[in-house]
Every structure is written in C-alpha cells, then in structure tokens.
Write a protein that binds this ligand. Structure first.
Ligand code: GLN
Length: 599
C-alpha cells in the first residue's frame, strides 16, 4: 500500500516528494497530507515531464554524499519549470551541487538539536511568521560551502553556515535541517508556508476517511482467505488485529500470542486479560521460549539477533498452520508492521538499513512477495495508529502503552565476545560495548561514552552529549553515571551471552523501573522508557543497567528526557541492590545520533 493514495481518493497529487533515500522521506508526504494537501512519493529521478501539473516538489534527505558515484539525483529540468522546489538535507546538497554551488564533507557532523538563526529574516516567504533562534533537528555531515549563483543564504547554525538558502524569484528553496520531524519546533509552519504560500496549494485531503479505506483494503488483500495473526499485546498488533476482525469478521481471524521467553514480567498475564476484554475469544497463547532462546544464546550482533527472531516467528507460523490444519493457501499472515519498521529496515529503494525489524526478515519478505501477508498499518506512524485505535474504541490504557519492540528483551540485553577495560579519554570514559545509531540517514554501530556526572543535577548534559557525539567519530551515544559499586575506571566488559540468568536480571530491573515510574506518574510523561542491561561491571557484579527515557511522537526522532533527582536516586538505589548489577547509567543521547533502543 506504500505511498499510494487509497482508491477512493485517487487524484493528482499537488505535491510530489522526490525520494533520495531518506529515513524521513515518507514522513514529509505524511506531514503535507496532515496539512490537508494530498502529496505522494516518487523516485528522485522521475522525469520533469512526469511531474508537470504538480504545484510543488520536495527533494528528500538521503544517506549518500552528492559526490558518491551513483548517488541519487533529480532531473535538472525540474529547476527550470518555475514549479517551486524545496530541497531538504541531501535535497539541499543536491540542489547546490546541480545548480553550481559547492558541497563538502564537514569536519563535524551535526546530529540532533541545533539553533537556527535567520539571515533573511521573516522577509523570506519560507520563514514567514517564524522567530529567530529556533530549535531545529539536524542529521548530516556534508555541508553546502558555496551557494549556487543567484541564491542567498537565509539561515545558519553554529556549525552549519548554510542551514537554508533561497532563490525566491526562481521559487527555489532549501534547508539543511528537517522541517518534517516534530523536534523542529516550527517545522509544520515552514512546510505550510511552502505548500500554501509559495506553491499555492489548496486543501483537498482529509485523514479521517482512513478507517473505512483501510478496512476495504484488508478485504481486497484477503480475498477469500483468512488471516492468522501474531499479537503481542502492543498497540500496533492490537489495532491491526482489531481492524481485521472488523473487516473480515471473527470467524476469519485467528490470533496467537507467543511467549518467546523475551517478554517483560507480567506480560503474558496482561495479554490474557487484554484479549479477554476485547471479547475476541480467538487468541491463544503459545509457549516457545526454548525455540527462541537456544539459537540466540551466543549471539552478540544485533542484526543477527533480529534475523533469528524473525525467522523463528516464520517457522512457528508454519508449524502452527500445519498442526492446526489451517489449510495452506487459505491462510495468510497478518502483522502490525508500521511505517518506521519498513523504512528502518531499508524498505525503500535508496534507504540505508538502520535495523532489520523482525517483521522484515527474509522469510517474511518471501511471504510478502507471494502476497501472503496483510499489514493494514504499514503506511502509518505510531501516533496515527493510536488515533485509529481510538476511532475503533480500543481502551485508552492499551493505546497509551509504551512501544515495546517485537524482539523483546533480546535487543535490550547486550552481550560481549571479549573482556575489555573501560578506557579513560579526555572527554570521558569509553565503554567497550557498541550500540546502534542513525547518523546522516545511515546506520552507525559505535562505542558509548560515559560521563562521571549525575544527570539530574547537570541539566545541560544533553547539550554536551550532542556536542561530544558531533565531534567524536567513534561514538554515537553518551551516558551519565547515576550510581556505582565501582569507579568507572575500574569497570570492564566481560564476555557474556544471552542467558536465562541475564534475561531474568534485566526482567527484574525493568520491573523495578516500571513500578517506580508508574507509582510516581513519570511513565505518563515519557513516550518510551527502555531499560537496558550491558555486560560492563567489576568483580562479582559483571552487568550494569542503563535507563533510556525519551520523548517522541512517531519514533522517527526522539529527545532524551531528564528525571527529578529524588526519583532517580530512589530508582538507582533499588537497582543497585540487584545481584550482579554494578552501576546504573542514564542515556542522555537524542535520536539522531542514537536510536531509541540499544540493540
Ligand atoms: N548523507 C548526507 C549527509 O550526511 C545527507 C544526510 C541527510 O539527508 N539526512 O550530510
């Protein structure tokens, strides 16, 4: 269904987003539709003649550098049609490159928050109504260092002299930052200025029609086949399952909840109650801990963990279909995949793989190719899924659950192949475990820098973390030490596996954090609060716990969230009582450069 207008609303899009492989490309089109203007996504190379009639064009970000061989480009004729064009990030770099400016690799990357200073001021129609000194969200290493002839510089940040440029008489605009993400405070206003004031678009799209359209799509995809669902008790699979129940009727939909051995404490009981309350009566529970834990035991590499888990789900599905005599060909698999899962898995032609979601492994791709998968939510983001759930009458306490990854605790329990000491550097302590990040629309897998400071007191620690990651190449994440049985300099990583014992340790830590953040109401103030176990400690205490509360709306960008000192001290004190736990850390990294999970 990706990028297509639902059938009932097929019309000529007013805006086309040209896809150069960016993580946020589809999000740009969504944000334009949220403004009430129908927008589509097309490959960046689409010929200008095929784009005639569009009121405006947007060139997306992307993982490449403009000078890479084979890097995405656009038909240069689009700059001569007098259609307004807005370049975003890589889109800005490409515009500069094609129109006679110069792009260079920056010494420092710029990932996460930055402050935009307006050079052209409010005189620039793109920034009309926008105050100077805005928070914007960056995600790049390359820089425009020379403007193309006829352009003027309309915005800058401390490390990026050309954060925006324009040639208003030719209706060409570009920004190095990302107006489409929620963490760019005035992003919506900037996009509205572009589509309404510069392009002259009119409102022609209403997102409220989506539920009947999605149900229609489910009936068309299923045909006369039935749907078999893995449900997790999370928001996405519950909403997707409910949509299928409504579209096809209870007798054609079956749900199975699998206890993979990677669930949080009390989860299986919660799911039992949830599906009883939904009144489906069609969900059964399957225990398969050994099937998942055995092949995962010695695996450190996060991509391999995700692949194993996804493939075990495919195997389990085959086994269940066979053993329950669900006739092959008559049953297809339903999944609660949402758009971020697809794009992070490298799901568009030019996008980088940040992480392979378990619902995008090879076995699932084969089912997709054979048209044996139904994913009613694959075009939506978490906040839209929650809205759809609300329209369907799903209980608020289910919809407001924090997102929890399909591979469960496996990607929150990090392992190590070697013993290695924590190293002291001028900037802090280098922790010898790596975590996944997203930098310049590319995946990164780098070490973690630990600061020996107490995060609740040091309110500016997140700014320092941003600056540290921007200037340190081998690091994509910064944590602060909250408490420890040993000094940072005396800690080391020790070779460790994904054992039942360590999973239980993480489960206990996670349940302490959940209880305290629930009692204090902190959980209501954050979008998600992963608790991570890392194999770094000292002596009899080989592991440490990392707290990772974040603010987000759609999961595409995220902001590290501070916690009150008293609450944090109380949480840390309880965690420090756990056997084998040496220290408690607090993750002060935004996304980008980090991702929400550590993997
Ligand atoms: N890859 C380019 C850079 O790092 C563009 C990044 C982007 O579009 N997000 O500068």
């Amino acid at each position: 269904m990706q990028n297509e207008a639902p059938a009932a609303q097929i019309k000529v899009p007013q805006v086309t987003v040209l896809d150069a492989g960016g993580q946020y490309c589809h999000l740009i089109a969504r944000k334009i539709r949220d403004l009430g203007v129908f927008a589509e996504v097309r490959p960046s190379e689409t010929a200008a003649s095929d784009l005639a009639g569009r009121k405006g064009l947007i060139i997306s970000g992307g993982p490449n550098s403009v000078y890479d061989t084979g890097s995405p480009t656009v038909d240069p004729a689009i700059f001569r049609t007098n259609q307004p064009v807005l370049g975003i990030c890589y889109g800005q770099q490409l515009m500069a490159h094609l129109l006679g400016g110069v792009v260079q690799k920056g010494d420092n990357g710029e990932y996460g928050p930055a402050t935009l200073e307006l050079n052209g001021g409010p005189d620039t129609p793109l920034f009309a109504g926008i105050r100077d000194h805005q928070q914007i969200w960056m995600n790049h290493r390359d820089l425009v260092v020379e403007l193309p002839p006829g352009f003027s510089n309309i915005g800058a940040t401390g490390t990026c002299a050309v954060a925006a440029m324009a040639a208003p008489s030719r209706r060409l605009y570009s920004v190095q930052f990302h107006p489409e993400v929620v963490h760019t405070t005035e992003g919506k206003r900037i996009l509205a200025n572009f589509v309404f004031d510069i392009c002259g678009c009119v409102k022609d799209w209403d997102p409220r029609h989506r539920v009947p359209l999605v149900e229609d799509q489910i009936r068309r995809t299923a045909g006369n086949r039935n749907v078999f669902f893995f449900v997790s008790g999370g928001v996405d699979s519950t909403v997707a399952f409910t949509l299928c129940l409504r579209a096809l009727g209870a007798e054609r939909v079956r749900g199975i909840y699998v206890d993979t051995g990677l669930m949080r404490e009390g989860e299986t009981e919660f799911v039992n109650r949830l599906f009883d309350a939904l009144g489906a009566g069609t969900v059964t529970i399957e225990s398969a801990a050994d099937q998942f834990l055995t092949p995962l035991r010695a695996v450190c590499d996060p991509e391999q963990k995700r692949r194993i888990i996804g493939e075990e789900f495919v195997r389990l599905q085959e086994r269940i279909i066979e053993s329950r005599h669900l006739m092959d060909g008559h049953w297809i698999l339903g999944q609660g995949t949402i758009y971020p899962d697809t794009i992070e898995s490298g799901g568009t032609e030019k996008a980088a793989i940040i992480k392979t979601h378990h619902n995008r492994v090879a076995g699932i791709q084969q089912l997709i190719a054979a048209q044996r998968i139904i994913e009613p939510l694959s075009d939506f983001y978490k906040d839209e899924v929650r809205e759809i759930g609300r329209e369907l009458g799903i209980a608020e306490d289910v919809l407001e659950r924090h997102p929890f990854p399909g591979p469960g605790l496996a990607i929150r329990c990090l392992c190590a192949e070697h013993d290695e000491p924590v190293r002291s550097t001028p900037d802090g302590f280098l922790i010898p475990v790596r975590s996944v990040g997203v930098q310049g629309d590319e995946r990164s897998y780098k070490a973690v820098l630990a600061l020996d400071r107490f995060p609740a007191i040091e309110a500016r620690l997140e700014d320092e973390a941003t600056a540290l990651v921007n200037r340190t190449r081998g690091v994509n994440r910064v944590v602060a030490r909250v408490a420890g049985h040993a000094p940072l300099a005396g800690m080391r990583s020790s070779s460790s596996v994904l054992s039942v014992e360590r999973l239980n340790r993480l489960r206990r830590a996670d349940s302490i954090v959940r209880r305290i953040s629930h009692e204090s109401g902190f959980d209501k103030t954050v979008w998600q609060f992963p608790v991570v176990l890392i194999p770094v400690g000292a002596g009899e205490r080989p592991d440490s716990v990392v707290l990772r509360p974040v603010h987000s709306v759609d999961g595409m960008t995220a902001q590290s969230v501070g916690m009150g000192e008293q609450l944090l001290r109380r949480m840390a004190a309880e965690l420090m009582q756990l056997d084998c736990v040496c220290a408690v850390f607090y993750d002060v990294t935004h996304k980008p450069p980090g991702t929400i999970e550590w993997e």
